[in-house]
Design a protein around this ligand. Sequence first.
Ligand code: FES
Ligand code: FES
Length: 162
Amino acid sequence: MPTTLTINGATAAHDVSPATLLVDLLRDGLGLTGTHIGCDTSQCGACNVLVDGRATKACTVLAIQLDGASVTTIEGLASGETLHPMQAAFKEHHGLQCGFCTPGMVMAGLEMVRRHGHDLDEATVSHELEGNLCRCTGYRNIVTAIAAGAKAMAATGETTHA
Ligand code: FES
Ligand code: FES
C-alpha cells in the first residue's frame, strides 16, 4: 500500500505491505539500522523513534498507520559531524557500553524533554526510563546523561526532532 512518510526530513512514498512494522521498514527497507530490535514485544525500548515528535516504539506500529507522519530516527539527530546535544551527553557521561540500547535511550531522553522540560531530576528520569532496558550500564550514567543532555538542549535551543 502506498504510504507517504517524512523520515529524517525527507518525504517519500513507500510501497509497504499492510503487515509491515515501522521498525522493519526503517531497518530492512531503508537501511536505517540505528533503530534496534531488542525484544519485538514492546518491552525494551531499543526501537524507539520519534513520530511527529513523540517517542514511539517502532515495533508496535504498522508503517501504513503513519501515512503522512514525520519520523525521526537516531540517524536524523546529528547535524553533519556534530552530535545532537543529547547524543553528546551520552558520550560525555559514559551513558553507554555496548550501545545496543542507546538509540532508544536517546529518543527516550528527547521525549522526557518534550514532556517535562529541560530541568530533569534524577527521580523523573529514572521513572521515565521504565520502558527502556539496558543490559550493560546499570542505568546510573544513562540517567546522568539524559539530565545533562536536557540542560544542554536548553542552552543550544535544540529541538527534540530534526
Ligand atoms: S524492540 Fe520494540 S520495544 Fe523492544
Ligand atoms: S549499553 Fe549495552 S544494552 Fe545498554
